[in-house]
Design a protein around this ligand. Structure first.
Ligand code: NAD
Length: 283
C-alpha cells in the first residue's frame, strides 16, 4: 500500500507556480483573486484560511469580500459585475454556502467565464464537457494531477465516484471519462452502495460522511481517493473513508488531511495564475 501524498505533490506544483508568478511580476502583474463570502462556518473558515496562506506564500493577491447576509440579489450582482469589470481582478470565487434564497448557479453564471477560476460558470462546465479549453473545478483537477503524479493510468479501469455534486462528483466523473475510465456515479439514492464500490478499481468518495466507506465495501488493491472533510466531535478532521481499516486492502490511498485538500487550493492558485497570463498577456 502506498499513501498518495497530496501535501508533497502540492509542494512540487507550488515551485512551478512560484516561477510563473515571478515571470508575471517581471511584467508588473500580480495575479489577484477575490473571494465573496456570505455565510461562514468552521469548514469555510478553514478553506479560506488555507487559500490565504497559500496565496500569500506564492505572492498572489487574495482579497475576501465579506458581504452582509441580508444582501439582495441586485446588490450581489452589482458586486460581481464590478469585479468582472475590474482589470486587476483575475479570479472571482463565491464561497459556498450562500443563503437559500440565492440560486448559486445563477450567481456562478454572472461571473465572467474568463475569471471563473473555480470552473462553475455554465459556459466553463459546458466547454469542459465538450473537451474544449476552460477552467476545470479545482478539486477534480487536483485529483487528476495526483493520479498523474503517481503514474496511475485510469484508462480502461472501473472508476466509481460516490457523490454527484456539481462541485466534486460530476466534474471528476467527467474527467475520468475523458481519460477513458469506465465510470459509475453513486449518490444518496443509490440502492446498496456496496454492490458498486466492491467493483471499483478506483474509488473516489466525495460525500461528507465519516467512515461511509468500510473495508468490506472494497476489493483488494483498489485505489482510493478520499475527498470528504468531516469534523469529529473532538475537532479532528477526517475523510469519508474508514482509513485505518480500508488502507490495508488498497494499492494506493489518500489521507485526510494531507490528500486532496492541499491539491484543491494549489489548483485554485494555478487557475488564477493562468487567468492572469491569458487575460493580461494573452498567453
Ligand atoms: P454535497 O453535499 O454537495 O454532495 C454530497 C453528495 O454525496 C451528494 O451528491 C449526495 O447524493 C451524496 N451522498 C450523500 N449521502 C450518501 C450516501 N449515504 N451514499 C452515497 N452518496 C451519498 O458535497 P460536496 O460539495 O460534493 O462535498 C463532498 C465532501 O467533500 C464534503 O465533505 C466536502 O467538505 C468535501 N470537499 C472536499 C474538498 C477538498 O478539497 N478536499 C473540496 C470540496 C469538497
Amino acid at each position: 500500500m502506498e499513501i498518495i501524498d497530496g501535501k508533497f505533490v502540492s509542494e512540487q506544483i507550488k515551485n512551478e507556480l512560484k516561477w510563473k508568478v515571478n515571470k508575471l511580476k517581471e511584467c508588473s502583474i500580480i495575479p489577484k483573486l477575490v473571494i465573496i463570502t456570505l455565510e461562514n462556518n468552521a469548514a469555510t473558515e478553514l478553506y479560506i484560511r488555507n487559500k490565504k496562506r497559500l496565496f500569500n506564500e506564492l505572492g498572489i493577491c487574495i482579497e475576501q469580500k465579506i458581504v452582509d447576509v441580508s444582501i439582495e440579489m441586485n446588490g450581489l450582482l452589482k458586486i460581481i459585475e464590478d469585479l468582472n469589470k475590474d482589470n486587476t481582478v483575475d479570479g472571482i470565487l463565491i464561497q459556498s454556502p450562500v443563503p437559500d434564497r440565492f440560486n448559486i448557479n445563477e450567481l456562478f453564471e454572472k461571473i465572467s467565464f474568463y475569471k471563473d477560476v473555480d470552473g462553475f460558470n455554465p459556459i466553463n462546465v459546458g466547454r469542459i464537457s465538450l473537451e474544449m479549453n476552460g477552467y476545470v473545478p479545482c478539486t477534480a483537477l487536483g485529483i487528476m494531477q495526483l493520479l498523474k503524479y503517481y503514474n496511475i493510468s485510469v484508462k480502461g479501469k472501473h472508476a466509481v465516484v460516490v457523490g454527484r455534486s456539481n462541485i466534486v462528483g460530476k466534474p471528476i466523473a467527467r474527467m475520468l471519462l475523458q481519460e477513458d475510465a469506465t465510470v459509475t456515479i453513486c449518490h444518496s439514492k443509490t440502492v446498496n452502495l456496496k454492490t458498486y464500490t466492491k467493483t471499483a478499481d478506483i474509488l473516489i468518495v466525495a460525500v461528507g460522511k465519516e467512515k461511509l466507506i468500510q473495508a468490506d465495501m472494497i476489493k483488494d488493491n483498489v485505489i482510493v481517493i478520499d475527498v470528504g472533510i468531516n469534523f469529529t466531535k473532538e475537532g479532528k478532521i477526517v475523510g469519508d473513508v474508514d482509513f485505518e481499516n480500508v488502507k490495508k486492502k488498497c494499492s494506493y490511498i489518500t489521507k485526510v488531511p494531507g490528500g486532496v485538500g492541499p491539491m484543491t487550493v494549489v489548483m485554485l492558485a494555478k487557475n488564477t495564475i493562468d487567468s492572469a497570463n491569458k487575460r493580461r498577456l494573452g498567453v
